[in-house]
Design a protein around this ligand. Structure first.
Ligand code: HEC
Length: 132
């Protein structure tokens, strides 16, 4: 009986350590999502949300204007949920390519975010849209 107990104690300690590690990883992942949410909503004072809507879903009204025939038009933000991390990074550096050609922004501002910040925004967009 005593031998059996001695066998189980180390197993228990080992399993518990593993749990703790998982918990720590999960916690740091969640704080990346939180950080990304904060950045998405307020990067450098101009939020992505203002133009790209809740969690990148698009449709947000950016501006009302008149075309050359004087018809009223509404410019809406694009849905950015399907952009890969690489595309998001390129876009934020104003180097996003469509059909092999760099598509320079006409409206979207430059932010000079770090890779880590872009990664957090990307993670936030992906995670938030996965949950609902
Ligand atoms: C002032 C409005 C505005 C803000 C703020 C804004 N965007 Fe944009 N975004 C646009 C518009 C408009 C386009 C389409 C390209 C253009 O004409 O500028 C665009 C395009 C994009 C695209 C598509 C790829 C491309 O480059 O065309 C991505 C991805 C994107 N934005 C991500 C973001 C992220 C992330 C943020 C916040 C850090 C952000 N945007 C902030 C207006 C905005």
């Amino acid at each position: 009986m005593k031998q059996l107990l001695l066998l189980f104690i180390p197993i228990f300690i080992f399993a518990n350590q593993e749990n703790n590690q998982n918990f720590k990883e999960q916690e740091s992942f969640l704080s990346t999502v939180e950080y990304g949410r904060m950045l998405y909503k307020n990067p450098r004072g101009i939020s992505c949300q203002q133009c790209h809507g809740v969690a990148g879903r698009g449709g947000q009204k950016i501006a009302k204007y008149y075309d050359k025939y004087k018809n009223p038009k509404i410019l809406r933000g694009v849905d950015i949920r399907d952009y890969s991390f690489e595309d998001l990074k390129a876009s934020l550096n104003n180097e996003y390519k469509e059909n092999n050609r760099t598509k320079r922004h006409k409206i979207m501002p430059m932010y000079y975010l770090t890779d880590e910040e872009v990664k957090a925004i990307y993670t936030y967009i992906q995670e938030t849209n996965k949950r609902d």
